[in-house]
Design a protein around this ligand. Structure first.
Ligand code: AMP
Ligand code: MG
Length: 419
């Protein structure tokens, strides 16, 4: 993974101006590359994995023309347009047990859903539309020619390019791969992400708190978001605000992982050592992004690992992860870039904002009863109010230059990913 670490043009030292989210993303995308190495796995294990090769259909799906209904297969021309002619039942075709004979004029075959349609037949009539008597059927409704038949290859044609390298595999893809009979496929190896929290005030869950201490929640949200992103996670626990402890953790993390993510200690406080430590042991690319929440953010390189030092505030961790880290992990995992889904909704109330930073307020998106969507915020938008993320189902994305937005105006929303 080659990465150029410029320190000019607003992405340099500690006190340079904040850069826009857009240029931060561009810089990151241009400086990371996909992991090398594939795994050969079964489609059963492939959910969320990144396809490493194009998949072409080795055969037609379905492989044979079959019935879409329980009913009777027959030749359309054997019946009068009224369907009054009676047809003799020559045999049956069940799923997995095709009719072995040859269909003659004036005959039909009892057929079940998914069963092979005999060569000579071209139409299936639903069993609800026939009267059956003494080995014969009479149609009460004449279907159009070709009705209730699924043609061989109508889902996928042999040779067709079905999925291409870079695809993040979804449940439908797994089934589709299996439907083509493919038992193993090449996916990129998973990206290993080591992460830890920094802060002397942090205690693990299960331990009582002394005055001034808090439970470490960032590792839990990070773990959740990393799992959602299909990462191979390595939880390194809590590290003290202590240069020696940080040095050790940085070393271990960078030796074992492709990506290292920390939270806390990236501001300009007395005990904020993360940026300095990265400068000592690696490279700091930039450290301030004009977004709210989450202005201080360290990006760089630690040995061969890509490094993200996220802010400490719980909402900032989530917002910077989702907006900055997540797209980078996509590139590193070899996934084709996909724009986040964003659309407009009417805000139910005024949203206060000062121009200068792009804001990601936490929103609740809902149907407005008039065929569209409306959105409201989750209330208090402080970067320590993690409940605002829990209650929200979307970000309300307010552009850098925008000021306060009046009730009833259109705002951009970005739904959260599903679990
Ligand atoms: P910092 O960036 O280290 O100054 O932290 C900013 C705020 O986030 C402080 O109020 C911290 O106590 C809080 N914070 C930092 N790390 C965590 C964490 N792992 N879990 C919950 N809150 C945290
Ligand atoms: Mg701290």
């Amino acid at each position: 993974m080659a990465m150029s670490l410029e320190s000019g043009a607003g992405c340099g030292g500690h006190h340079s101006r904040a850069m826009s989210l857009e240029s931060a993303l561009e810089a990151i995308r241009g400086s990371v590359s996909a992991v090398i190495g594939n795994d050969e796995i079964s489609p059963m294990e492939a959910l969320g994995r990144v396809l490493a090769e194009d998949i072409r259909a080795p055969n037609d799906v379905p492989g044979h023309t079959n019935s879409a209904m329980d009913g009777y297969a027959f030749r359309h021309e054997d019946c009068a347009p009224t369907g009054k002619a009676a047809l003799r039942i020559a045999g049956d075709s069940f799923a997995g047990h095709p009719f072995s004979g040859a269909l003659q004029a004036g005959e039909c075959v009892r057929i079940m859903t998914g069963a092979v349609v005999p060569d000579a037949a071209d139409t299936v009539v639903m069993q609800e539309d026939v009267v059956q008597r003494e080995g014969m059927i009479e149609l009460s409704h004449m279907p159009r020619k070709g009705a209730n038949i699924r043609l061989a290859g109508e889902d996928i044609q042999a040779g067709q390019a079905v999925l291409s390298a870079g695809r993040v595999l979804r449940p439908a893809d797994l089934g589709m791969i299996a439907s083509m009979g493919i038992a193993s496929l090449k996916v990129r190896r998973r990206v290993k992400v080591a992460f830890f929290s920094t802060g002397d005030e942090l205690r693990p869950v299960g331990e009582p708190l002394l005055t001034g201490q808090i439970h470490d929640s960032n590792r839990y949200t990070l773990h959740g978001m990393l799992c959602q992103a299909g990462m191979d996670t390595c939880d390194m626990g809590i590290v003290k605000d202590d240069p020696d402890a940080l040095r050790d953790a940085f070393k271990t993390a960078s030796e074992s992982a492709d990506v290292v993510i920390t939270s806390g200690g990236v501001s300009v406080g007395e005990a904020d050592y993360v940026t300095d430590m990265l400068a000592e042991m690696g490279n700091v690319s930039f450290w301030q992004i004009a977004m709210k929440p989450g202005r201080p953010l360290v990006y760089g390189r630690l040995g061969s690992a890509v490094f993200f030092g996220l802010p400490g505030n719980p909402v900032s961790v989530m917002a910077t992860f989702m907006q900055v880290v997540r797209p980078a992990l996509g590139v590193i995992s070899g996934a084709r870039y996909e724009e986040p889904l964003r659309f407009d909704a009417r805000t139910e109330h005024a949203i206060r904002k000062k121009p200068g930073r792009m804001e990601f307020q936490r929103g609740i998106l809902r149907r407005d009863g008039k065929g569209g969507f409306s959105v409201k915020t989750t209330g208090h938008q402080g970067s320590g109010i993690l409940k605002s993320m829990s209650e929200a189902n979307c970000f309300i994305v307010l552009p850098q230059d925008s000021g306060t937005v009046e009730a009833g105006t259109w705002v951009t929303v970005e739904p959260f990913p599903c679990v």
